[in-house]
Design a protein around this ligand. Structure first.
Ligand SMILES: [Zn+2]
Length: 1076
């Protein structure tokens, strides 16, 4: 191993990132596959381990008892507010001893020496569960006076006599990489001026400070400035006047984003900072994302951050935390019973991150201290009391007025250190604004300094200045912050304004995002393997001269950055203006096309038997992509007499998969490349219209009977003439009854018959003044109406050896359910796909509802960023729109004996409004703005596809309990099904007219990885010497997933699991962060 630096190692065996030489890594991976089958630790080690586990269990049980007592007291207090309209059935706590899967381990059991050594500290602290807070709060929204959503804050005046108030005013400018303007327009019009002025204005006075978050903008500006200016940047960083916070490419959305993309934007930003500035961010700054996810905090912690600031949290939750003085807390992961995933989090108490809502509770007063709003400027105070320039005459009055706000705000926090931000969207553009803010505040600070009797020390600061001081105060006081588990969805900023609309807004682009994500991941892996193989082939560490490594790495980098940019909280959220959405979409689309070029030429080289025959010709690629894509409509019609199909399985699991291609004749046939034997296949019509089949195009679905081996390209399949028939028989394995508006599918799974219905619904918007828009979901009081149609749907039923399906064509959508007749996990779920078109509608949203007989009570589970599952509770005291949550890839409901999981290939809003029901919003078309700054409705709807797998499973045993709360995971079968859904095989075809060179399968792994271990990425890093070129180093990102222990699939899964130690062997440098 040339350099075995660990890039980022994240939680306790859950997520691991490493940098190592590729060959060494492959050796280890192959070795790991062998290890898990046979070796056991020596008996002596086992007994030592057992002792440690016993000791830890003892400590944990003590801790759990205490936490349970605290929880019980909380539950008793919530009772008066519980209206009891719904059965509050807990499906989680009914079971005693879990009947576990072999090797199934509770989430809070230690699994290595890091957690269970003798000096382990078991924190006996108050652990808040946000779910319990939701049960507790009345959500009655009383008028709080000056602080409308809060309460009157009182203080004596002598609170700071012993410990003076220590205040850090943190200047910031919130720069959206696309919202009302495109990324490039914002840069040209505002951002570059802000950064240029920053150099001048911070250099003028060493007491001035500034924080910056968006590396997409910062790196673009860096490319525009000369060496002299770059030196000033470095000097300001060294002096602590400038601090880069979070260090992400963008300030990412935390609801719709997949953790692959969240990590992509974080790595892209951090790698850029490392390369150009050599510093490491230590504090997170997320003041505008519309709700907050613990998945993000987990990634930040793994990236080396210690502290973070969040802002957009439900106003009632903020008020509760402010009352309890718990706005600062240690945010802990739900599965973690130790403190290792904790990150210090500061929640801003008031309505917004702008100046009126940060100095204290009264916005009318705070606005007078936003000196950008001095009379005569472009912006003013809506509270009609303008700021005044600070003069000798008014300084005392102004300083005391401001101090009163500071003091009131300080009463909401545990310690006398106070964080106050100074900024807003695109602030500090003009030189005069810098002068107005910094000089007026400096006069106020000077006044405080001259009056020690006020007991306040105020200065400009950065986040790390603040958190350092906070830590010092906490240590001195011998206290720690409380601990909290949970997430901050669904956000509401006032009244019944729940921001659950953006979980679905612009679903076409949300799906395009995931298409790019899957393409990028596949390309990263294949490119890394190709360059490693090339170096091995040449033997001198160099790449094959004809291979366009540099251009391909540029394409990869652009793809990474396009995906990263779109994770911005106005990108994947669907909350930007129409032209900006088109700009994002163009970037995503071009990136997919470019990455496909990298895939094609990488696969070309890997598959050639005689590598000397490799020749790269961009205009005439040897391989062409035929992977069908419902969004971009890449449809290649194959019409040669004889073609070779190349299938790449981008997952780490052996899988049986269905490959779909379009041919020009119903007489096509599929044969095995090696043996020439015919393979099972099925031909279908390609439908041009619901009742019109194309006369020229046909789809061949080919069941690959030979297994597709682990991630690199597997078998070659030659295709020639084929015959098949299209028939109208009932769906095999299931009976389907249709009526005009719904399909009832009674499918037999695992011997138990369960009823599942699919319904479609319309939501309208309220008749009140404030209506649904890009952000907000404000449905009418009548709720959802069942979809109705004056004409009965056209229904097509097909049955064949590979799959059987039923397609229902309605005016606004085409709905298809399909069963695959396959071995392995692919045959155990029901595929649901929809093609939605609501372009003819006004102020309507289309929903799909799954109705089951599962007695789930008022609880269901939805995923957070595809990284973890979070329990949700439907509460009568909250309005309908509050019950919609983001679903990135999964949701489920369950009772004691069964679970229904809906696995999704795209991000959408999900809810369970009644027991046994799950519903997702498919698309929304809204004519009006929802008054949150966007200034337009969302009417750019497109023909939009959505894809799901529905899984019905038996359950035995209950949930895992961590710190008094149940922790739920997907089952192993659901993990595998989701993996296949999100990472379909990639199909290419060799189009060479002449004699085809000899090809060979490429099989770098001997076996599947354990099925709870996901190969998240294999990411080639940039060369440190030669900018823009691939280095010999790759980042290996593995994710060990928690999985449900209450269901054991029959027949058993092919893969192994939970022999966790082999992952430790694979990456043995756990808990080390040697990024730089
Ligand atoms: Zn923003």
């Amino acid at each position: 191993m040339k350099r075995s630096r660990v890039l980022a190692v994240l939680v306790g065996g859950v997520f691991i990132v490493a940098v190592m030489s590729l060959n060494r890594m492959l050796e280890l991976m192959q070795g790991a596959g062998l290890k898990q089958r046979g070796e056991t630790p020596a008996g002596q080690d086992l007994s030592h381990l057992q002792q440690k586990i016993d000791r830890l269990e003892h400590l944990l049980s003590d801790n759990n008892r205490l936490v349970a007592t605290l929880r019980d007291s909380l539950l008793q207090r919530k009772a008066p507010w519980e209206t009891g309209a719904r059965a509050n059935v807990s499906s989680d706590s009914a079971h005693g001893q879990t009947d576990r899967l072999p090797g199934c381990r509770l989430a809070d059991e230690p699994k290595d020496g890091h957690a269970n050594d003798a000096n382990l500290v078991v924190y006996v602290v108050v652990v808040y569960q946000l779910l319990d807070v939701y049960d507790l709060l009345p959500f009655d929204n009383p008028d709080g006076g000056a602080w409308k959503q809060g309460f009157e804050i009182r203080y004596q005046g002598n609170e700071w006599d012993e410990q003076p108030l220590e205040l850090f005013l943190v200047p910031h400018s919130h720069n959206d990489p696309g919202w009302l303007k495109t990324f490039d327009s914002y840069y040209q019009d505002q951002t570059k001026h802000i950064l240029n002025n920053m150099l001048i204005k911070l250099s003028e006075d060493s007491r001035r400070k500034m924080i910056w978050a968006e590396i997409s903008f910062f790196s673009k500006w860096w490319n525009d400035i000369d060496d002299q200016k770059r030196e000033i940047v470095k000097r300001l960083l060294r002096a602590g006047q400038l601090e880069l916070v979070t260090g992400g490419w963008v300030m990412a959305d935390e609801a719709n984003s997949h953790y692959f993309a969240l990590l992509d934007q974080l790595i892209e930003g951090h790698q850029w900072i490392q390369r150009h500035l050599g510093v490491k961010p230590s504090s997170g700054w997320a003041v505008d994302p519309f709700g907050h996810s613990p998945s993000m905090t987990y990634l930040l912690k793994g990236a080396g951050l210690r502290d973070m600031v969040i802002q957009r949290v439900h106003y009632a939750v903020k008020k509760h935390f402010a009352k309890q003085q718990t706005l600062e807390f240690l945010w802990r992961q739900s599965w973690d019973s130790s403190s290792r995933s904790d990150i210090t989090c500061h929640m801003m108490p008031f309505y917004s991150y702008d100046v009126p809502h940060t100095c204290g509770p009264n916005p009318a007063i705070c606005c007078q201290f936003d000196f950008h709003r001095l009379p005569g400027g472009r912006v003013s105070c809506p509270w009609r009391i303008p700021p005044q320039p600070i003069t000798e005459q008014n300084v005392q009055e102004r300083a005391l007025l401001l101090l009163d706000q500071y003091r009131q705000k300080s009463r909401l926090f545990h310690s006398p250190v106070l964080l106050v931000s100074l900024g807003d969207d695109f602030r500090f553009v003009e030189s005069s604004e810098w002068d107005a803010q910094f000089s007026n505040y400096q006069k106020l600070f000077d006044y405080f300094d001259q009056h020690p009797e006020l007991h306040v020390k105020a200065r400009f600061g950065t986040l790390s200045d603040y958190f350092k001081a906070l830590r010092r105060r906490l240590t001195a006081a011998g206290t720690t912050l409380p601990t909290l588990r949970g997430d901050f969805f669904t956000y509401s900023d006032r009244d019944d304004h729940y921001w659950s609309g953006y979980f679905t807004s612009r679903p076409f682009y949300k799906r395009l995002d995931r298409t790019l994500e899957a393409t990028l991941r596949a390309t990263e892996i294949l490119f890394s393997l190709t360059t490693a193989e090339m170096r091995r082939y040449r033997g001198d560490g160099h790449l094959v001269a004809d291979f366009p490594a540099h251009q391909h790495f540029q394409r990869l980098t652009t793809g990474r950055r396009s995906l990263a940019l779109f994770q911005h909280h106005d990108g994947v959220t669907g909350t930007a203006r129409d032209p900006v959405v088109v700009d994002y979409g163009t970037r995503l689309f071009h990136s997919i096309l470019n990455l496909r070029q990298v895939l094609q030429s990488s696969a070309h080289w890997l598959l050639l038997l005689d590598k000397s025959q490799y020749h790269y010709d961009q205009s005439k690629p040897f391989l062409k992509m035929v992977t069908p894509d419902p969004i971009t409509s890449f449809k290649m019609i194959l019409c040669s007499l004889f073609l070779s199909l190349i299938i790449f399985n981008p997952t780490e699991q052996l899988r049986t998969s269905v490959i779909s291609i379009v041919v020009d004749s119903p007489d096509a046939r599929v044969v095995d490349a090696q043996t020439g034997q015919p393979m099972t296949a099925q031909i279908s019509a390609v439908w041009e219209e619901p009742t019109l089949a194309s006369a020229e195009d046909f789809q061949v679905k080919n069941e690959l009977v030979q297994s597709i081996k682990i991630f690199p390209l597997s078998g070659l399949v030659k295709m020639g003439i084929f015959y098949a028939s299209l028939s109208g028989c009932p769906l095999g394995g299931a009976t389907i009854i249709k009526n005009a508006f719904r399909l009832i599918t009674s499918a037999q799974f695992s011997g138990l018959v369960r009823q599942v219905q699919v319904q479609f619904l319309w939501y309208g918007t309220t008749r009140n003044r404030d209506k649904s828009g890009a952000y907000l979901f404000l449905p009418g009081e009548e709720g959802a109406q069942l979809y109705s149609s004056s004409e009965p749907p056209l229904v097509r039923v097909s049955r064949g050896p590979v799959f059987s399906d039923i397609t229902s064509c309605f005016r606004h959508f085409t709905h298809r359910v399909r069963l695959y007749h396959l071995e392995g996990h692919a045959g155990k779920s029901l595929e649901i796909s929809n093609m939605v078109d609501i372009r003819s509608e006004v102020n309507r949203e289309l929903a799909m509802r799954i109705v089951s007989n599962v007695a789930s009570g008022n609880r269901f589970y939805s995923d957070l960023n595809s990284f973890q599952m979070q329990q949700r509770r439907t509460l009568a005291k909250l309005p309908l729109q509050a019950h919609f949550y983001p679903m990135t890839s999964a949701s489920f409901l369950q009772d004691e004996t069964s679970r229904v999981s809906l696995l999704s290939a795209q991000s959408q809003a999900v809810a369970s409004l009644r027991p046994g029901e799950l519903e997702v919003i498919l698309d929304r078309r809204l004519q009006q703005d929802d008054n949150l700054g966007l200034g337009q409705g969302i009417t750019d709807n497109k023909l939009t596809a959505s894809l799901y797998q529905l899984l019905l499973e038996d359950r035995r045993g209950g949930a895992q309990e961590v710190g008094g709360a149940s922790v739920q995971h997907l089952s192993l079968l659901a993990h595998l099904t989701s993996l296949s859904l999100c990472h379909p095989p990639i199909t290419m075809v060799a189009t060479s007219d002449s004699q085809l060179p000899k090809l060979r399968p490429f099989l770098p792994l001997q076996s599947s990885l354990p099925c709870d271990v996901h190969l998240l990425n294999l990411r080639t890093l940039e060369d440190t010497q030669e900018a823009g070129s691939p280095s010999q180093e790759v980042a290996l990102l593995l994710h060990r997933k928690g999985f449900d222990c209450s269901s054991a699939p029959e027949p058993p899964l092919q893969c192994s699991w939970s022999a966790h130690e082999e992952v430790d062997t694979l990456i043995y440098l756990l808990y080390v962060f040697l990024y730089y």
